[in-house]
Design a protein. Sequence first.
Lengths: 435, 88
Amino acid sequence: MNTFYEIFQGIGTFADSTFLSILARLSLLILGGLLVYLGKKGTLEPLLMIPMGLGMIAVNAGMLYLDPISSTKSERLPTPIVAPANAPDSAPAAQPRVMGNMMVEPLVKDNDNLMYFMGLDFLQPIYTFTFSNGLIACLVFLGIGVLLDVGFLLARPFESMFLALCAELGTIATFPIAVGLFGMSYGEAASVSMIGGADGPMVMFTTLKLAPHLFVPITVVGYLYLGLTYGGYPYMMKLLVPKEIRATRTVRRPTRNISSGEKLAFAVISCIALCLLFPMASPLLLCLFLGVSVREAELTPFIKLIDGTILYGATLFLGLMLGVLCSADVIFNPVVVKLLVLGVTSLVLSGIGGIMGGYVLYFLKGRQYNPLIGIAAVSCVPTTAKVAQKMVQDDAPGEIILPEALGANISGVITSAILCGVYVALVPLFQSVAK
Amino acid sequence: MNCSVSRRRPPVLARLAGPLLVLLLCSNASASTPSDASATTATAPMLAVLWHAGIVYAIAIAISFATALMIKLLTVFLAFRGAETEKA
Protein backbone atom coordinates (compact mmCIF):
# COMPACT_ATOMS: atom_id res chain seq x y z
CA MET A 1 0.00 0.00 0.00
CA ASN A 2 2.91 2.30 0.84
CA THR A 3 4.24 1.86 -2.69
CA PHE A 4 0.85 2.82 -4.10
CA TYR A 5 0.80 5.95 -1.94
CA GLU A 6 4.38 6.71 -2.92
CA ILE A 7 3.53 6.52 -6.62
CA PHE A 8 0.24 8.43 -6.36
CA GLN A 9 1.24 10.99 -3.78
CA GLY A 10 -1.90 13.14 -4.21
CA ILE A 11 -3.89 10.20 -2.79
CA GLY A 12 -1.08 9.23 -0.41
CA THR A 13 -1.10 12.63 1.25
CA PHE A 14 -4.85 12.27 1.79
CA ALA A 15 -4.35 8.91 3.48
CA ASP A 16 -1.54 10.31 5.59
CA SER A 17 -3.48 13.34 6.86
CA THR A 18 -5.55 13.90 9.96
CA PHE A 19 -9.33 13.84 9.65
CA LEU A 20 -9.54 17.65 9.90
CA SER A 21 -6.92 18.13 7.24
CA ILE A 22 -8.74 15.73 4.88
CA LEU A 23 -11.98 17.58 5.54
CA ALA A 24 -10.30 20.93 4.86
CA ARG A 25 -8.84 19.74 1.56
CA LEU A 26 -12.10 18.17 0.47
CA SER A 27 -14.02 21.36 1.36
CA LEU A 28 -11.61 23.46 -0.67
CA LEU A 29 -11.86 21.05 -3.62
CA ILE A 30 -15.65 21.36 -3.52
CA LEU A 31 -15.46 25.16 -3.06
CA GLY A 32 -13.11 25.40 -6.06
CA GLY A 33 -15.58 23.44 -8.19
CA LEU A 34 -18.42 25.63 -6.95
CA LEU A 35 -16.53 28.81 -7.87
CA VAL A 36 -15.95 27.50 -11.41
CA TYR A 37 -19.64 26.54 -11.70
CA LEU A 38 -20.93 29.88 -10.34
CA GLY A 39 -18.44 31.76 -12.52
CA LYS A 40 -19.65 29.91 -15.64
CA LYS A 41 -23.27 30.52 -14.62
CA GLY A 42 -22.55 34.25 -14.23
CA THR A 43 -23.54 34.41 -10.56
CA LEU A 44 -19.96 35.34 -9.62
CA GLU A 45 -17.40 37.30 -11.63
CA PRO A 46 -16.17 34.67 -14.14
CA LEU A 47 -12.90 36.39 -15.08
CA LEU A 48 -11.65 36.01 -11.54
CA MET A 49 -13.57 33.02 -10.22
CA ILE A 50 -12.81 30.45 -12.93
CA PRO A 51 -8.98 30.70 -12.64
CA MET A 52 -9.32 30.98 -8.87
CA GLY A 53 -11.55 27.91 -8.55
CA LEU A 54 -9.33 25.82 -10.77
CA GLY A 55 -6.20 26.93 -8.94
CA MET A 56 -7.87 26.01 -5.64
CA ILE A 57 -8.70 22.55 -6.97
CA ALA A 58 -5.21 21.93 -8.36
CA VAL A 59 -3.33 23.01 -5.24
CA ASN A 60 -5.45 20.92 -2.89
CA ALA A 61 -5.56 17.84 -5.10
CA GLY A 62 -1.92 18.01 -6.18
CA MET A 63 -0.20 17.73 -2.81
CA LEU A 64 2.91 15.64 -2.53
CA TYR A 65 5.67 14.71 -0.12
CA LEU A 66 8.60 17.08 -0.04
CA ASP A 67 11.81 16.85 1.89
CA PRO A 68 11.95 19.31 4.78
CA ILE A 69 13.73 22.47 3.76
CA SER A 70 17.06 23.19 5.37
CA SER A 71 17.10 26.35 7.40
CA THR A 72 20.73 26.99 6.58
CA LYS A 73 21.23 25.64 3.08
CA SER A 74 19.20 26.48 0.03
CA GLU A 75 18.18 22.92 -0.66
CA ARG A 76 15.82 20.31 0.63
CA LEU A 77 17.29 17.67 2.93
CA PRO A 78 16.95 14.28 1.28
CA THR A 79 15.30 11.84 3.66
CA PRO A 80 13.70 8.45 3.14
CA ILE A 81 9.94 8.37 3.53
CA VAL A 82 10.11 5.31 5.78
CA ALA A 83 13.07 4.71 8.07
CA PRO A 84 14.85 1.43 7.19
CA ALA A 85 13.87 -1.37 9.57
CA ASN A 86 17.48 -2.39 10.20
CA ALA A 87 18.76 1.09 10.93
CA PRO A 88 21.09 1.11 13.94
CA ASP A 89 19.82 2.90 17.03
CA SER A 90 22.74 5.31 16.90
CA ALA A 91 21.83 6.47 13.39
CA PRO A 92 20.42 10.02 13.30
CA ALA A 93 16.63 9.98 13.17
CA ALA A 94 15.32 10.74 9.70
CA GLN A 95 13.35 13.96 9.56
CA PRO A 96 9.76 13.37 8.51
CA ARG A 97 8.88 14.58 5.05
CA VAL A 98 6.45 17.43 4.75
CA MET A 99 3.45 17.84 2.50
CA GLY A 100 3.55 20.63 -0.02
CA ASN A 101 2.81 21.57 -3.61
CA MET A 102 4.68 22.55 -6.74
CA MET A 103 2.82 25.82 -7.24
CA VAL A 104 4.02 28.47 -4.81
CA GLU A 105 5.50 28.84 -1.33
CA PRO A 106 4.04 32.11 0.00
CA LEU A 107 5.49 31.93 3.49
CA VAL A 108 9.17 31.60 2.55
CA LYS A 109 11.27 34.40 4.01
CA ASP A 110 14.94 33.46 3.76
CA ASN A 111 16.56 34.73 0.54
CA ASP A 112 18.45 31.49 -0.20
CA ASN A 113 15.27 29.47 0.21
CA LEU A 114 13.40 31.96 -1.95
CA MET A 115 15.90 31.46 -4.77
CA TYR A 116 15.53 27.71 -4.36
CA PHE A 117 11.73 27.91 -4.66
CA MET A 118 12.04 30.22 -7.67
CA GLY A 119 13.59 27.34 -9.54
CA LEU A 120 11.09 24.79 -8.23
CA ASP A 121 7.59 26.25 -7.97
CA PHE A 122 6.23 27.47 -11.29
CA LEU A 123 4.21 30.38 -9.89
CA GLN A 124 6.85 31.49 -7.36
CA PRO A 125 8.38 34.13 -9.70
CA ILE A 126 4.93 35.64 -10.35
CA TYR A 127 4.13 35.67 -6.63
CA THR A 128 7.46 37.21 -5.64
CA PHE A 129 7.82 39.75 -8.44
CA THR A 130 4.22 40.84 -8.98
CA PHE A 131 2.00 39.76 -6.11
CA SER A 132 3.87 40.30 -2.88
CA ASN A 133 5.13 43.76 -3.89
CA GLY A 134 1.73 45.01 -5.08
CA LEU A 135 2.69 45.26 -8.77
CA ILE A 136 -0.29 43.16 -9.88
CA ALA A 137 -2.63 45.41 -7.86
CA CYS A 138 -1.15 48.45 -9.61
CA LEU A 139 -1.55 46.80 -13.04
CA VAL A 140 -5.21 46.06 -12.32
CA PHE A 141 -5.64 49.67 -11.22
CA LEU A 142 -4.01 50.88 -14.43
CA GLY A 143 -6.59 48.86 -16.35
CA ILE A 144 -9.42 50.22 -14.19
CA GLY A 145 -8.17 53.76 -14.90
CA VAL A 146 -8.44 53.14 -18.65
CA LEU A 147 -12.01 51.88 -18.21
CA LEU A 148 -13.12 54.86 -16.09
CA ASP A 149 -14.94 57.75 -17.66
CA VAL A 150 -14.42 60.41 -15.01
CA GLY A 151 -16.92 62.64 -16.85
CA PHE A 152 -19.70 61.04 -14.77
CA LEU A 153 -17.94 62.18 -11.61
CA LEU A 154 -17.11 65.64 -12.98
CA ALA A 155 -20.78 66.18 -13.89
CA ARG A 156 -22.00 65.76 -10.27
CA PRO A 157 -19.00 65.75 -7.90
CA PHE A 158 -20.68 66.53 -4.54
CA GLU A 159 -23.52 64.07 -4.97
CA SER A 160 -21.12 61.29 -6.03
CA MET A 161 -18.65 61.99 -3.23
CA PHE A 162 -21.44 62.07 -0.64
CA LEU A 163 -22.64 58.64 -1.72
CA ALA A 164 -19.10 57.28 -1.78
CA LEU A 165 -18.42 58.50 1.76
CA CYS A 166 -21.64 56.87 2.99
CA ALA A 167 -20.59 53.65 1.26
CA GLU A 168 -17.32 53.64 3.24
CA LEU A 169 -19.32 52.86 6.40
CA GLY A 170 -17.92 49.32 6.51
CA THR A 171 -14.34 50.51 6.01
CA ILE A 172 -14.69 52.77 9.04
CA ALA A 173 -17.02 50.82 11.35
CA THR A 174 -15.20 47.49 11.00
CA PHE A 175 -11.97 49.00 12.31
CA PRO A 176 -13.14 49.48 15.95
CA ILE A 177 -15.06 46.18 15.79
CA ALA A 178 -11.89 44.32 14.74
CA VAL A 179 -9.77 45.95 17.45
CA GLY A 180 -12.32 46.00 20.26
CA LEU A 181 -14.22 42.75 19.77
CA PHE A 182 -11.73 40.57 17.89
CA GLY A 183 -8.52 41.72 19.56
CA MET A 184 -6.70 42.53 16.34
CA SER A 185 -3.86 45.00 16.09
CA TYR A 186 -4.48 48.37 14.42
CA GLY A 187 -2.62 47.28 11.27
CA GLU A 188 -4.59 44.04 10.94
CA ALA A 189 -7.88 45.81 11.68
CA ALA A 190 -7.24 48.53 9.07
CA SER A 191 -6.28 45.91 6.47
CA VAL A 192 -9.39 43.78 6.96
CA SER A 193 -11.59 46.91 7.13
CA MET A 194 -10.44 47.87 3.64
CA ILE A 195 -12.47 44.93 2.30
CA GLY A 196 -15.46 47.26 2.80
CA GLY A 197 -13.95 49.57 0.18
CA ALA A 198 -14.58 46.70 -2.26
CA ASP A 199 -11.39 47.36 -4.16
CA GLY A 200 -9.08 44.35 -4.32
CA PRO A 201 -5.91 46.29 -5.13
CA MET A 202 -6.52 48.60 -2.13
CA VAL A 203 -6.95 45.61 0.19
CA MET A 204 -3.71 44.07 -1.09
CA PHE A 205 -1.84 47.34 -0.82
CA THR A 206 -3.02 48.20 2.70
CA THR A 207 -2.26 44.68 3.94
CA LEU A 208 1.22 44.76 2.43
CA LYS A 209 1.95 47.98 4.25
CA LEU A 210 0.22 47.36 7.58
CA ALA A 211 -0.12 43.61 8.15
CA PRO A 212 2.23 41.75 5.78
CA HIS A 213 1.99 38.58 7.92
CA LEU A 214 -1.73 38.37 7.01
CA PHE A 215 -1.23 39.27 3.36
CA VAL A 216 -2.27 35.89 1.95
CA PRO A 217 -5.42 35.23 4.03
CA ILE A 218 -6.74 38.82 3.87
CA THR A 219 -6.20 39.02 0.10
CA VAL A 220 -7.87 35.67 -0.49
CA VAL A 221 -10.82 36.49 1.78
CA GLY A 222 -11.12 39.97 0.25
CA TYR A 223 -11.24 38.75 -3.34
CA LEU A 224 -13.56 35.88 -2.47
CA TYR A 225 -16.03 38.35 -1.00
CA LEU A 226 -15.63 40.79 -3.88
CA GLY A 227 -16.76 37.97 -6.12
CA LEU A 228 -19.76 37.48 -3.86
CA THR A 229 -20.87 41.14 -4.13
CA TYR A 230 -21.92 40.28 -7.65
CA GLY A 231 -24.35 37.70 -6.33
CA GLY A 232 -25.09 39.00 -2.81
CA TYR A 233 -25.83 42.71 -3.20
CA PRO A 234 -29.04 42.26 -5.25
CA TYR A 235 -30.58 40.43 -2.26
CA MET A 236 -29.54 43.22 0.09
CA MET A 237 -31.01 45.82 -2.25
CA LYS A 238 -34.32 43.95 -2.40
CA LEU A 239 -34.31 43.63 1.38
CA LEU A 240 -33.61 47.31 2.12
CA VAL A 241 -35.52 49.07 -0.66
CA PRO A 242 -39.23 48.36 -1.25
CA LYS A 243 -40.31 47.61 -4.81
CA GLU A 244 -42.18 50.90 -5.33
CA ILE A 245 -39.11 52.93 -4.28
CA ARG A 246 -36.85 50.76 -6.45
CA ALA A 247 -39.00 51.80 -9.41
CA THR A 248 -38.42 55.53 -8.74
CA ARG A 249 -37.51 57.41 -11.89
CA THR A 250 -34.58 59.76 -11.33
CA VAL A 251 -35.22 63.30 -12.53
CA ARG A 252 -31.95 64.82 -13.65
CA ARG A 253 -30.87 68.32 -14.49
CA PRO A 254 -29.30 68.66 -17.93
CA THR A 255 -25.51 68.61 -17.59
CA ARG A 256 -23.09 70.03 -20.08
CA ASN A 257 -20.61 67.80 -21.88
CA ILE A 258 -17.28 67.45 -20.13
CA SER A 259 -14.38 67.70 -22.58
CA SER A 260 -11.45 65.29 -22.55
CA GLY A 261 -9.17 68.23 -21.69
CA GLU A 262 -11.14 68.81 -18.47
CA LYS A 263 -10.92 65.13 -17.59
CA LEU A 264 -7.18 65.11 -18.23
CA ALA A 265 -6.72 68.26 -16.11
CA PHE A 266 -8.70 66.57 -13.31
CA ALA A 267 -6.46 63.46 -13.51
CA VAL A 268 -3.25 65.53 -13.33
CA ILE A 269 -4.41 67.79 -10.48
CA SER A 270 -5.88 64.91 -8.46
CA CYS A 271 -2.70 62.89 -8.92
CA ILE A 272 -0.59 65.78 -7.65
CA ALA A 273 -2.89 66.53 -4.69
CA LEU A 274 -3.40 62.93 -3.54
CA CYS A 275 0.27 61.93 -4.00
CA LEU A 276 1.29 64.98 -1.97
CA LEU A 277 -1.11 63.95 0.79
CA PHE A 278 -0.46 60.18 0.70
CA PRO A 279 3.01 59.32 -0.64
CA MET A 280 2.61 55.76 0.67
CA ALA A 281 -0.30 55.16 -1.70
CA SER A 282 1.33 56.99 -4.61
CA PRO A 283 2.02 53.81 -6.71
CA LEU A 284 -1.70 53.00 -6.77
CA LEU A 285 -2.72 56.62 -7.34
CA LEU A 286 -0.20 56.98 -10.15
CA CYS A 287 -1.51 53.86 -11.90
CA LEU A 288 -5.15 54.93 -11.56
CA PHE A 289 -4.60 58.42 -12.92
CA LEU A 290 -2.15 57.20 -15.59
CA GLY A 291 -4.93 54.97 -16.88
CA VAL A 292 -7.38 57.90 -16.87
CA SER A 293 -4.81 60.14 -18.62
CA VAL A 294 -4.07 57.53 -21.30
CA ARG A 295 -7.81 57.27 -21.99
CA GLU A 296 -8.41 61.00 -22.12
CA ALA A 297 -5.30 61.75 -24.18
CA GLU A 298 -6.62 59.13 -26.63
CA LEU A 299 -3.35 57.22 -26.84
CA THR A 300 -4.92 54.38 -28.80
CA PRO A 301 -1.95 51.96 -28.82
CA PHE A 302 -1.61 52.31 -25.03
CA ILE A 303 -5.35 51.95 -24.52
CA LYS A 304 -5.34 48.70 -26.52
CA LEU A 305 -2.31 47.43 -24.59
CA ILE A 306 -3.65 48.28 -21.12
CA ASP A 307 -7.33 47.50 -21.72
CA GLY A 308 -6.53 44.18 -23.40
CA THR A 309 -3.23 42.55 -22.62
CA ILE A 310 -2.30 44.13 -19.28
CA LEU A 311 -5.73 44.13 -17.61
CA TYR A 312 -6.75 40.65 -18.73
CA GLY A 313 -3.26 39.22 -18.14
CA ALA A 314 -3.14 40.69 -14.63
CA THR A 315 -6.67 39.46 -13.86
CA LEU A 316 -5.87 35.93 -15.07
CA PHE A 317 -2.73 35.63 -12.94
CA LEU A 318 -4.41 37.35 -10.00
CA GLY A 319 -7.24 34.80 -10.05
CA LEU A 320 -4.86 31.87 -10.52
CA MET A 321 -2.57 33.08 -7.76
CA LEU A 322 -5.46 33.59 -5.34
CA GLY A 323 -6.60 30.05 -6.11
CA VAL A 324 -3.24 28.38 -5.52
CA LEU A 325 -2.82 30.33 -2.30
CA CYS A 326 -5.97 28.62 -0.98
CA SER A 327 -4.16 25.49 0.16
CA ALA A 328 -5.64 23.90 3.27
CA ASP A 329 -2.62 24.71 5.46
CA VAL A 330 -2.72 28.43 4.60
CA ILE A 331 -6.47 28.94 4.67
CA PHE A 332 -7.41 26.83 7.69
CA ASN A 333 -5.73 29.13 10.13
CA PRO A 334 -7.72 30.27 13.20
CA VAL A 335 -7.35 33.91 12.17
CA VAL A 336 -9.15 33.21 8.88
CA VAL A 337 -12.45 32.67 10.72
CA LYS A 338 -12.12 36.18 12.15
CA LEU A 339 -11.25 37.55 8.72
CA LEU A 340 -14.26 35.83 7.16
CA VAL A 341 -16.62 37.37 9.74
CA LEU A 342 -15.02 40.82 9.58
CA GLY A 343 -14.82 40.81 5.77
CA VAL A 344 -18.51 40.10 5.35
CA THR A 345 -19.35 42.62 8.12
CA SER A 346 -17.36 45.27 6.32
CA LEU A 347 -18.97 44.64 2.92
CA VAL A 348 -22.50 44.43 4.34
CA LEU A 349 -22.04 47.67 6.31
CA SER A 350 -20.69 49.42 3.22
CA GLY A 351 -23.67 48.24 1.19
CA ILE A 352 -26.07 49.45 3.90
CA GLY A 353 -24.20 52.78 4.10
CA GLY A 354 -24.43 53.25 0.32
CA ILE A 355 -28.17 52.56 0.27
CA MET A 356 -28.72 54.86 3.28
CA GLY A 357 -26.85 57.59 1.37
CA GLY A 358 -29.16 56.90 -1.57
CA TYR A 359 -32.17 57.29 0.75
CA VAL A 360 -30.85 60.64 2.01
CA LEU A 361 -30.65 61.92 -1.58
CA TYR A 362 -34.06 60.37 -2.33
CA PHE A 363 -35.66 62.46 0.43
CA LEU A 364 -33.56 65.57 -0.23
CA LYS A 365 -34.55 65.55 -3.91
CA GLY A 366 -38.25 65.19 -3.21
CA ARG A 367 -38.49 61.45 -3.92
CA GLN A 368 -37.13 61.92 -7.43
CA TYR A 369 -33.88 60.02 -6.97
CA ASN A 370 -33.47 56.26 -7.02
CA PRO A 371 -31.77 55.16 -3.75
CA LEU A 372 -30.37 52.05 -5.45
CA ILE A 373 -27.74 54.31 -7.01
CA GLY A 374 -26.15 54.35 -3.55
CA ILE A 375 -25.00 50.73 -3.84
CA ALA A 376 -22.85 51.68 -6.83
CA ALA A 377 -20.80 53.87 -4.51
CA VAL A 378 -19.33 50.70 -2.99
CA SER A 379 -16.59 50.90 -5.61
CA CYS A 380 -15.91 47.43 -7.15
CA VAL A 381 -15.82 49.08 -10.60
CA PRO A 382 -17.99 48.51 -12.60
CA THR A 383 -19.76 45.56 -10.96
CA THR A 384 -21.91 47.45 -8.44
CA ALA A 385 -22.98 50.02 -11.05
CA LYS A 386 -24.06 47.18 -13.35
CA VAL A 387 -25.86 45.44 -10.49
CA ALA A 388 -27.76 48.67 -9.62
CA GLN A 389 -28.72 49.28 -13.26
CA LYS A 390 -29.91 45.69 -13.68
CA MET A 391 -32.07 45.88 -10.56
CA VAL A 392 -33.63 49.20 -11.65
CA GLN A 393 -34.20 47.79 -15.14
CA ASP A 394 -36.22 44.93 -13.61
CA ASP A 395 -38.46 47.23 -11.57
CA ALA A 396 -38.70 50.25 -13.89
CA PRO A 397 -38.16 49.07 -17.45
CA GLY A 398 -36.46 51.67 -19.61
CA GLU A 399 -35.04 53.64 -16.67
CA ILE A 400 -31.31 54.39 -17.03
CA ILE A 401 -29.37 55.23 -13.86
CA LEU A 402 -25.95 54.26 -15.23
CA PRO A 403 -24.54 57.84 -15.47
CA GLU A 404 -25.27 58.56 -11.77
CA ALA A 405 -24.22 55.05 -10.76
CA LEU A 406 -20.89 55.31 -12.58
CA GLY A 407 -20.24 58.72 -11.02
CA ALA A 408 -20.78 57.21 -7.57
CA ASN A 409 -18.72 54.17 -8.59
CA ILE A 410 -15.70 56.27 -9.60
CA SER A 411 -16.01 58.36 -6.44
CA GLY A 412 -15.98 55.07 -4.54
CA VAL A 413 -12.57 54.25 -6.04
CA ILE A 414 -11.25 57.68 -5.09
CA THR A 415 -12.58 57.58 -1.51
CA SER A 416 -11.19 54.04 -1.12
CA ALA A 417 -7.79 55.31 -2.27
CA ILE A 418 -8.10 58.21 0.19
CA LEU A 419 -8.99 55.89 3.06
CA CYS A 420 -6.17 53.51 2.10
CA GLY A 421 -3.78 56.48 2.22
CA VAL A 422 -5.20 57.72 5.55
CA TYR A 423 -4.94 54.29 7.16
CA VAL A 424 -1.42 53.67 5.85
CA ALA A 425 -0.30 57.10 7.07
CA LEU A 426 -2.10 57.19 10.42
CA VAL A 427 -2.04 53.62 11.76
CA PRO A 428 1.73 53.63 12.54
CA LEU A 429 1.15 56.97 14.26
CA PHE A 430 -1.75 55.63 16.34
CA GLN A 431 0.32 52.57 17.25
CA SER A 432 3.23 54.67 18.45
CA VAL A 433 0.87 56.83 20.51
CA ALA A 434 -0.81 53.74 22.02
CA LYS A 435 2.60 52.35 23.04
CA MET B 1 -59.94 41.97 15.64
CA ASN B 2 -57.48 39.40 14.45
CA CYS B 3 -54.11 40.02 16.06
CA SER B 4 -52.27 36.84 15.03
CA VAL B 5 -48.53 36.86 15.62
CA SER B 6 -46.29 35.02 13.17
CA ARG B 7 -44.40 32.17 14.86
CA ARG B 8 -42.20 31.55 11.85
CA ARG B 9 -38.71 30.30 12.73
CA PRO B 10 -35.88 32.66 11.78
CA PRO B 11 -33.67 31.58 8.85
CA VAL B 12 -30.79 29.17 9.48
CA LEU B 13 -28.13 31.87 9.06
CA ALA B 14 -29.82 34.07 11.66
CA ARG B 15 -29.98 31.14 14.10
CA LEU B 16 -26.29 30.34 13.54
CA ALA B 17 -25.08 33.93 13.84
CA GLY B 18 -25.44 34.16 17.64
CA PRO B 19 -23.55 30.97 18.58
CA LEU B 20 -20.87 31.77 15.98
CA LEU B 21 -20.29 35.22 17.45
CA VAL B 22 -20.06 33.81 20.98
CA LEU B 23 -17.60 31.18 19.76
CA LEU B 24 -15.46 33.83 18.11
CA LEU B 25 -15.45 36.08 21.13
CA CYS B 26 -14.58 33.14 23.41
CA SER B 27 -11.76 32.00 21.13
CA ASN B 28 -10.47 35.55 21.12
CA ALA B 29 -10.66 35.87 24.88
CA SER B 30 -8.71 32.63 25.37
CA ALA B 31 -5.96 33.63 22.93
CA SER B 32 -2.84 34.05 25.02
CA THR B 33 -0.39 35.43 22.48
CA PRO B 34 -0.97 38.39 20.21
CA SER B 35 -0.47 37.70 16.51
CA ASP B 36 2.38 40.21 16.19
CA ALA B 37 4.44 42.64 18.14
CA SER B 38 2.28 45.58 17.16
CA ALA B 39 -0.74 43.89 18.72
CA THR B 40 -0.07 45.76 21.93
CA THR B 41 -2.71 48.17 20.72
CA ALA B 42 -5.27 45.36 20.78
CA THR B 43 -5.90 46.14 24.39
CA ALA B 44 -6.38 49.83 23.69
CA PRO B 45 -9.56 51.13 25.31
CA MET B 46 -12.57 51.05 23.04
CA LEU B 47 -13.06 54.79 23.37
CA ALA B 48 -9.57 55.47 22.03
CA VAL B 49 -10.18 53.11 19.12
CA LEU B 50 -13.46 54.84 18.29
CA TRP B 51 -11.70 58.20 18.53
CA HIS B 52 -9.03 57.00 16.10
CA ALA B 53 -11.66 55.65 13.67
CA GLY B 54 -13.41 59.03 13.92
CA ILE B 55 -10.19 60.85 13.05
CA VAL B 56 -9.69 58.59 10.01
CA TYR B 57 -13.26 59.22 8.81
CA ALA B 58 -13.06 62.97 9.45
CA ILE B 59 -9.86 63.25 7.40
CA ALA B 60 -11.37 61.12 4.61
CA ILE B 61 -14.50 63.30 4.56
CA ALA B 62 -12.45 66.51 4.47
CA ILE B 63 -10.22 65.30 1.63
CA SER B 64 -13.13 63.84 -0.37
CA PHE B 65 -15.14 67.06 -0.20
CA ALA B 66 -12.00 69.09 -0.95
CA THR B 67 -11.57 66.89 -4.06
CA ALA B 68 -15.22 67.48 -5.01
CA LEU B 69 -14.74 71.23 -4.54
CA MET B 70 -11.58 71.13 -6.62
CA ILE B 71 -13.49 69.31 -9.39
CA LYS B 72 -16.30 71.87 -9.26
CA LEU B 73 -13.87 74.82 -9.42
CA LEU B 74 -11.96 73.15 -12.24
CA THR B 75 -15.07 72.54 -14.34
CA VAL B 76 -16.38 76.06 -13.69
CA PHE B 77 -13.01 77.56 -14.61
CA LEU B 78 -12.65 75.46 -17.77
CA ALA B 79 -16.25 76.19 -18.81
CA PHE B 80 -15.63 79.93 -18.30
CA ARG B 81 -12.38 79.73 -20.28
CA GLY B 82 -14.15 77.82 -23.06
CA ALA B 83 -16.88 80.46 -23.25
CA GLU B 84 -14.27 83.26 -23.38
CA THR B 85 -12.38 81.50 -26.18
CA GLU B 86 -15.63 81.05 -28.12
CA LYS B 87 -16.46 84.74 -27.68
CA ALA B 88 -13.00 85.74 -28.91
